[in-house]
Every structure is written in structure tokens, then in C-alpha cells.
Design a protein around this ligand. Structure first.
Ligand code: ZN
Ligand code: ZN
Length: 424
């Protein structure tokens, strides 16, 4: 992107095509804010955007999880007649789903006069990531009745739906059906969905065999899916076999060390935890800091885990302290077993958990939005068990819906429960 920008800045009279190229580039490289600021620049220069510009902007919003901004772009789309493009509508569905508003995604889908397979797939995926497995399946059935041919992406949505709603039998049916009925060969993502589904249902040994029998060489991501399942089910023996397979392929991913070491910590295997930390150090693996975003009044605020030294955080830390005390009164117990650094004192462990980025973002939302408003947070890593539990309590005692999108899925917290059913 650096080189692309260097060239872009040297074009004397950029036109909409040049802008589209650089905006799309930024989106593909996960730099949504850069993409949005270039759009503002384009507007100031009185250049008329095209449907391609809209696709870039909507993807940028989806990356940011910014619903207000997404709604503003939707208005812009309507005012400028871009809602005639099937692809723009499909991007709107995707954006709304990823920004946590399933209702808006549905209303865009229903308003479409013509739907191509991508539009159907986007809507199926929208239901899937919001945990409505059965609605995704019935939409798929409707799609086939309408004689629209499903593609690879449709099946990713469908399998994802089965997996996140615990529909194992249906999952198998569609997985085999995709090749036998539609002639589509499954790819890595389909395998990943199947694995996740088997793992969720507790069929861990089946899942292990499933990977070993794949016609392709498994990627570390596939093994990681199984590692996460071992962690959820507390199967440390299989977890150990799995992490060895991961290390054969890739030793550089900090998340693997963290997951396995948390498993060991929970099983009170302190020596293993220490060993893993040593391995990480020797191999030069650096932990990715947790980062959560929250949008309040059209401004996106960014919080990093545990960054207690920053002045502007002090007030927020005090608010979190107060919040945690309130939560404890209604039964919340900080889960200190999850803290990676096993040699910390319990008090220290609790405070490092307490200032996780998602807790900071949720507390910020509580302080800065009117009562009753939904709190929407986007996190760069998987949500940790302790923050998940805290969010459930917060949704209950403050009567707030919290929608947290982590790197894997959505969590809708309401009335003390989460839509994921405590499996993620
Ligand atoms: Zn946490
Ligand atoms: Zn959840």
C-alpha cells in the first residue's frame, strides 16, 4: 500500500478510477479509515463516485463495524441511485450484518428486485453469523426453489449456519450434497466449518480423523479450529497432539500458545505454562495486543488491553473498577485461571484481566451513551472467557444489549445471556 500511495499522490489530476483503485486497495489491506478519508477527499474535489466507490466504502464500514457510518452511506447510495446495482445491495447486506443490524440486512434483501447468487449468499451468511441457523437453511431452500444456483460461497454460509446452531446432521447433509448434487468441490473454508461443527458438538476424535483424512494438506488454521474446540471441552491430551501438529507447520502464531497455555493453566499444570512461555520467548513470538473499537456519536474510539499508563485511560479504569465491584455483587467472579502469566499474584492477575480492551470499550459505551442504547464493540481477537462472562452480567444489570463482534463471530448479549450459547 505504501508504494501504491506514493504513486497515487504523484498523479496530478486523479479521476474516479484512480480513487477507486486506491480506496479498494486500502480496504483489501484492512485500512478502512484511510479508505474513508480518501472518499472525503474525492467529494471535496467534486469528483462523482461510482458503484465501485460505494463497494469500497461499504466494505470499509463493515471492517470498522460502524453502523452509523454505514447508514449514512446507505442514504448516500439511495440519493445517488446506486441502489439499482445488485452488487451495491449485496455489499449493504454484508455491511449491515457485520455491523450487527440483521433487521437492516433483511430489509435491503427484501427490497431487491433482482437477486444474484451472491446476494442470496450474503443474506444466508448474515443469518448464519447472527446465529439463526434455521432461517439460513430455509432461505437456502427458497433460493433453490427460485432456481438460483448456489456456489461455493453459498455453502460456506450454509455450513457456518449449521455449525453455529448445532445442526450437525444438516451440516453433513449439505457438505456431501454440495459435491454430489451441485458438483462443487469443498475447499479449506468448508472443511473449517465442518471441523468447527464437530468440535462444537464435542466429537473431537472424529474431528481429528476428519482433518487427517482430508484430500488436501491441512493448514494451520484448520488445526487451530480443532485446538479451540479442545480448549472449550477441556481436552488437554488431544489439545497437546493438535498443538504439536500446528508447530510442525507454524510456530509463529501467538494465539496458539495463549490458547494452549490457558488450557494448561485451567488444569493447574503450571510447569507446562512456564514451558510454553519459554518456548514463545526462544522463538521470538510476540503476543498480539487486544484491541477493541466502539463507535459513539460518529467517532470510533480505540482501546488496547491493559494500557494503564495512558492518562486518558485513568478515568475509564476507575469506571471499570466501579463496574467490576457492582458485577461482583450480583455473582460475577473474575476468572483468573485464564491469565496467561501464571507466575503473577492473584491480585495482579485480576487487574490485568480487568483492563482487557473489550471491558474498556464496554465501560466507555456505558458511560457515554444514553441508557437503553445498544452497545456495539468490535474486537481484533477472540473474546476471552472472563470478558464474555462480564458482558453477560452487564447486559443483565444495566438492561443493555451488547453486540460484540470478535475475530470469529458475533456475540449478542441480552438479559444475562449470549447468543453463542457460551461456545465460541
Ligand atoms: Zn477479556
Ligand atoms: Zn457469546
Amino acid at each position: 500500500m505504501g508504494s501504491a500511495r506514493f504513486l497515487f499522490d504523484r498523479i496530478l489530476e486523479p479521476c474516479v478510477v484512480t480513487y477507486n483503485a486506491i480506496i479498494t486497495g486500502y480496504v483489501r489491506n484492512c485500512q478502512p479509515n484511510e479508505a474513508l478519508s480518501l472518499f472525503r477527499e474525492l467529494q471535496m474535489q467534486d469528483i462523482k463516485p461510482t458503484d465501485v466507490t460505494m463497494l469500497g466504502l461499504l466494505s470499509a464500514c463493515a471492517l470498522l463495524g460502524s453502523l452509523d457510518l454505514g447508514k449514512w452511506i446507505h442514504e448516500y447510495v439511495k440519493e445517488n441511485g446506486f441502489d439499482e446495482y445488485v452488487k451495491v445491495n449485496t455489499a449493504l447486506i454484508d455491511m449491515y450484518a457485520k455491523c450487527g443490524s440483521l433487521e437492516d440486512a433483511v430489509s435491503v434483501f427484501e427490497s431487491m428486485a433482482f437477486r444474484d447468487p451472491q446476494a442470496w449468499s450474503a443474506m444466508i451468511m448474515a443469518y448464519a453469523i447472527h446465529g439463526h441457523g434455521n432461517r439460513a437453511i430455509s432461505l437456502f431452500e427458497e433460493m433453490t426453489r427460485a432456481r438460483v444456483r448456489p456456489d461455493k460461497i453459498t455453502f460456506i454460509g450454509l455450513l457456518y449456519a449449521c455449525n453455529h446452531s448445532g445442526l450437525v446432521e444438516e451440516g453433513y447433509k449439505y457438505f456431501y450434497g454440495m459435491r454430489n448434487k451441485y458438483g462443487i468441490n469443498p475447499g479449506i473454508k468448508h472443511y473449517g466449518c465442518m471441523l468447527d461443527m464437530l468440535g462444537r458438538a464435542g466429537h473431537l476424535e472424529d474431528a481429528y480423523r476428519f482433518i487427517e483424512e482430508l484430500p488436501v494438506k491441512p493448514t494451520p488454521i484448520l488445526w487451530r479450529t480443532l485446538l479451540a474446540a479442545c480448549s472449550s471441552h477441556g481436552n488437554i491430551e488431544l489439545g497437546k497432539r493438535v498443538i504439536e501438529r500446528i508447530f510442525e507447520l507454524d510456530e509463529s502464531h501467538s494465539g496458539d500458545y495463549v490458547i494452549f497455555s490457558n488450557m494448561c493453566a485451567r488444569a493447574r499444570r503450571g510447569a507446562d505454562v512456564t514451558y510454553l512461555r519459554k518456548l514463545m520467548k526462544e522463538r521470538g513470538v510476540v503476543k498480539v495486543p487486544g484491541c477493541s473499537l466502539i463507535e459513539v456519536n460518529n467517532v470510533v474510539h480505540e482501546f488496547f488491553s491493559g494500557d494503564g499508563t495512558r492518562m486518558e485511560y485513568r478515568e475509564l479504569h476507575e469506571a471499570v473498577d466501579k463496574l467490576v465491584e457492582e458485577l461482583k455483587l450480583v455473582g460475577y467472579v473474575p476468572d483468573t485461571s485464564l491469565v496467561f502469566h501464571s507466575d503473577m499474584e492473584d491480585g495482579e492477575k485480576e487487574s490485568s484481566l480487568r483492563y482487557h480492551s473489550e471491558k474498556l470499550a464496554i465501560a466507555f459505551g456505558l458511560l457515554n451513551t444514553p441508557p437503553g442504547t445498544t452497545i456495539r464493540v468490535v474486537k481484533n481477537l477472540r473474546v476471552c472467557g472472563d470478558c464474555h462472562s462480564a458482558a453477560k452480567f452487564i447486559s443483565f444489570i444495566f438492561g443493555r444489549q451488547i453486540i460484540l463482534r470478535d475475530v470469529k463471530r458475533f456475540h449478542h448479549f441480552e438479559g444475562g445471556k449470549c447468543s453463542c450459547g457460551d461456545y465460541w
